[in-house]
Design a protein around this ligand. Sequence first.
Ligand SMILES: *Cc1c(COP(=O)(O)O)cnc(C)c1O
Length: 434
Amino acid sequence: MTPLEYDRERIWHPYASLGNPPPVLHAKSASGVAIVTADGLKLVDAVSSWWCVAHGHNHPAIVEAIRRQSEKMCHVMFGGFTHDPAVELAEKLAAIAPPGLDRVFFADSGSISVEVAAKMAVQYQNALGHPERNRLLALKGGYHGDTSLAMALSDPDGMHTLFKGIMTKHFFAEKPTISTWGEWNDADAESLRRVVDEHGGEIAAIICEPVFQAANAMNFYHPEYLREMRRICDERGMLLIFDEIAAGFYRTGPLWAHSRANIVPDIMTVGKALTGGHMTLAATLASGKVADTISNGRPSAFMHGPTYMANPLACAAACASLDLFAKGDYEANAKRIESVFARRVMPLKALPNVVDVRILGAAAVVEVRRMPAQSDISRVIRHSGVWLRPFGNFIYSMPPLVADDRTIDRIGFALMNLAASPPGPPPEDGDFHE
Ligand SMILES: *Cc1c(COP(=O)(O)O)cnc(C)c1O
């Protein structure tokens, strides 16, 4: 069997059938904005390999940091040990985090950092004598990961209905409808206030993806919504958790998407671009108030600790990634990409199959009535030399933040070809997510 044949028979891919597997390409190497396949394709990675490859693939500075760390120590348990890469990374994160969020828990993936954030909120309320506050309030249209707690906080009408039986019930407000660039209307947060009025006594924290609901709804919403959340949390003694795993690190323009609202959460999760897409690592950042309150409770220990917590190789990669963010002008890059997208992708609104085009920073979303057939998607990828991974009704690009104008132009061309392709068959059940 060739590697591709073996893969087809034995290896699951994300949200894919093993009985009737979708096509996969055989990646051999990657550098800069491109992925090279075994059959000689060189594809622009227009989705930054799920939004993490901010500086381009195999960035020499990050590769070198991993190599140097690997010569000293690849891993050591974090129970009972600390090490330079973890301390250095915690310091670097505290320096760029919103003010006050200088306590850090290192997790091995985004989903885990969300679980950790939710557990912090529950332990915090417990320490304050509110064990009944053990639910969270999240937004419809949101996505926070695939582990069971993170899944239970993601859009309740999505793929997760299948797992209802093993999921705790949390509370949901309606998906925000006023866009980031629209005019704010207080009515958008009406359902948020209603849920809090009805269930406030059971709610430990509110969690959301600030400004940009990515993996589920590709929805850019108004920062005033976040200010309303902050007001509610302050009034009702709830914590505010911002999941910046997708939107953080300049994806929507500013370093943190929530900075548009000029408020600070109590807990924040980061992941994806943290290591520039070189190693898996995420972190949960908390305020001193959260950490101290948990420490004064019983147990005083925070009850989580993954095997690969603060893996030194991943921390070294993240340190190098944060150095790159600090050295370059990534906000300007995102703005530049936004303007090329505006020129190249906004006009797709006129196509009959296109419902809406939304662009914010280095993210462009083309919402279509019907997705093209898989064979057309594959054809456009090969023909344009651009890797795209549309899902649901969304054809989108979130390119490496270092992509130059010509690369963005080329991505715009691929998005156009895909949006103009004939619509495929209606989606099958369970086809709506990555
Ligand atoms: C991707 C994502 C996660 C989950 O991260 P994993 O590393 O895939 O576990 C959580 N929250 C948001 C907003 C994400 O985009």
